[in-house]
Design a protein around this ligand. Structure first.
Ligand SMILES: *[C@@H]1O[C@H](CO)[C@@H](O)[C@H](O)[C@H]1NC(C)=O
Ligand SMILES: *[C@@H]1O[C@H](CO)[C@@H](O)[C@H](O)[C@H]1NC(C)=O
Ligand SMILES: *[C@@H]1O[C@H](CO)[C@@H](O)[C@H](O)[C@H]1NC(C)=O
Length: 560
């Protein structure tokens, strides 16, 4: 056994020595920055975090036509990092001006295209003239969160390769179809690649925003951003289209790789969007990152260039977030989300089903013959704890006299533009005389359409639903829930609510609750979703998977 280990170690050492005999290939990074002061702290942090020897990287950075202080941030970053990189080549134009024909920040005038084409072509020539092995063009609204991205792409040995980047929607840095007149074409292959249902590297007609070119391949000499370098090309004056066509004409495949999560990209601005919209897009990305991994990182010395919104309770009397003490990572994630959204929420420590004592459990009476419709089993301790947590909030609402309360669980994902969507729903609610509860997130269980609430385009009458991810409760609603005396005939909270608004299919359960007049509505579309769906990687339910209490009486400590 020991001999085998020693032998294996020798092989390891040999391979290690062999591979570290060679220096890493040299790379020129081409970075163009325009009006991205808000993304730069995150973008530059991600560049700094790449696991690639910085002395093998040259940076070619250009910034002009800004209306913000992006150049100041670039200069600070360069000052901190300049000794680490092989070299840094900059040209900054500090004057604040826009192109003559531009109608807004999202507008691509011909002059703007020509300018970008000339910059990118210069960057590529610079890399070639300096005998760089690789050329990486990366936009300043791309956030590479996987530090191995460059190593991964180089290992793939393509002439042109891009890491697939996620946005907060369907947008990404590749096309899977292009029309004959060079327009974007959505094909059925796009979504499976975007959602990583199919994984690998795919030959596609377009990659952009973060593209690695292997300049040691002879064929790479034929790549260009400048349409005037192409024969018989009648396409638009556009850097990325020209690049894609130059590749295709030279039989060079463009490859998008999605075998790992590499990073994120913000959705580009529409023609008349302003800077605030772009900041909102960044916020969406930061939330998206929080949903998938730890927060988008920013170096301490760049933090002064980032900002978070002021916090408030969005006109609710109180916002509760229910969190189990033994799930601190969820609380941290939610706090980060609240910071990002400017939400002032109070953490309510959840009742932990696992630590309920026998005496406590004995006080609770279950609904006779209750069995979970799917698992055909009585309530778990987690479900009991979950019910009691919500119950405690309903009591506090009555004790403190809160008129409108938002209740949130801690494993939820917020829809993009959450705050403005909440505002629309709550404005609609003002026109509705009578309501008790409004779901913001739930699992719809009935197939047929739910009727719209009259005079509203954001609210429907809720049908049978599961989950209590987030809901608004009125004072009257809380009173109705307490008056039903649920602790004397307990069912899971997401069965209890539909019983009380009389949309539960089980008549025998309903019969135990004679008063079922809760007026329950739902935001449509929903504003909250679970972070993970059942069965997905990383899904832990604290309610459904915990120990089943067959009967409160037969419960023993060993069940833990
Ligand atoms: C990389 O591609 C070249 C051809 O472009 C080929 O000769 C070489 O063997 C490949 N290397 C690896 C490690 O696959
Ligand atoms: C294009 O490349 C593929 C594979 O790299 C090769 O099989 C094919 O012959 C090439 N076509 C032309 C026209 O060079
Ligand atoms: C070039 O474009 C044609 C038509 O879309 C496509 O069939 C071909 O595979 C492309 N060539 C490469 C190398 O990707």
């Amino acid at each position: 056994m020991r001999a085998v280990l020693v032998y294996l170690c020798l092989i390891c050492m040999f391979v290690e020595c062999y591979s570290s005999d060679f220096k890493k290939p040299t790379i020129v990074f081409s970075i163009l920055v325009r009006n991205k002061a808000h993304t730069l702290p995150y973008f530059l942090t991600a560049i700094e975090n790449l696991n690639y020897p910085k002395h093998r990287i040259s940076l070619w950075i250009r910034s002009d036509h800004n209306v913000d202080n992006g150049i100041e941030i670039l200069k600070i970053w360069i000052e901190v990092n300049k000794l680490n990189y092989h070299s840094i080549h900059t040209h900054f134009e500090e004057e604040n001006y826009i192109f003559p024909e531009e109608s807004g920040l999202g507008h691509w005038s011909i002059d703007r295209f020509k300018h970008v084409i000339s910059l990118k072509e210069n960057a590529l020539s610079f890399a070639r003239k300096n005998w760089a092995d690789y050329f990486l063009t990366i936009d300043s609204d791309v956030f590479i969160t996987n530090p191995e991205t460059i190593n991964y792409l180089i290992d793939k040995n393509f002439t042109v390769a891009s890491p697939m980047l996620r946005s907060d929607g369907l947008y990404s840095n590749f096309w899977y179809g292009m029309t004959e007149d060079y327009y974007y074409q959505r094909t059925e292959k796009y979504k499976p690649v975007l959602y990583r249902k199919e994984q690998g590297c795919f030959n596609v007609p377009m990659v952009h925003s973060c593209v690695l070119v292997n300049l040691r391949k002879k064929e790479s000499d034929l790549l260009t951003y400048d349409p005037s370098n192409l024969d018989n090309f009648n396409g638009p004056i556009d850097d990325i289209i020209t690049f894609a066509i130059s590749a295709n004409k030279s039989n060079i495949s463009l490859n998008i790789c999605n075998e790992q999560n590499f990073g994120f990209i913000t959705v580009p601005l529409e023609q008349n969007d302003d800077l605030l919209t772009d900041i909102e897009h960044l916020r969406n990305i930061k939330l998206e990152v929080l949903n998938m991994e730890k927060p988008l990182e920013v170096k301490d010395y760049l933090k002064i260039y980032t900002s978070l919104p002021k916090k408030d309770t969005m006109n609710f009397d109180k916002i509760f977030m229910i969190n189990l003490r033994r799930r601190p990572e969820r609380k941290i994630r939610m706090m980060n989300v609240f910071n990002e959204l400017g939400i002032e929420a109070s953490t309510l420590e959840a009742v932990d089903g696992k630590s309920l004592t026998e005496a406590e459990l004995n006080k609770i009476l279950f609904l006779p013959n209750y069995a979970d419709p799917y698992h055909k089993r009585p309530m778990t301790k987690g479900e009991i704890g979950c019910f009691l947590s919500h119950y405690n909030i309903w009591k506090e609402i009555i004790d403190k006299g809160y008129k409108q309360t938002l209740v949130l669980e801690d494993d939820i994902r917020f829809e993009s533009f959450f705050r403005s969507r909440v505002k629309i729903v709550m404005n609609d609610l003002l026109k509705i005389p009578d309501w008790d509860l409004v779901y913001f997130g739930r699992k719809r269980l009935q197939e047929k359409d739910e009727p719209w609430v009259e005079g509203s385009s954001s609210l429907v009458k809720a049908g049978y639903s599961y989950w209590t991810l987030g809901y608004v409760l009125s004072q009257k609603g809380a009173q109705k829930l307490l008056n039903a005396d649920p602790l004397s005939r307990l069912v899971p909270v997401d069965e209890f609510l539909p019983i009380l608004f009389d949309k539960h299919p089980q008549d025998n359960w309903k019969s135990h609750f004679p008063r079922r007049d809760l007026v329950a509505l739902s935001a449509a579309p929903l504003l909250l979703y679970p972070t993970h769906y059942t069965g997905e990687e990383g899904y832990i339910s604290d309610t459904e998977d915990s120990v089943i209490v067959t009967e409160a009486k037969s419960y023993t400590r060993d069940d833990l």
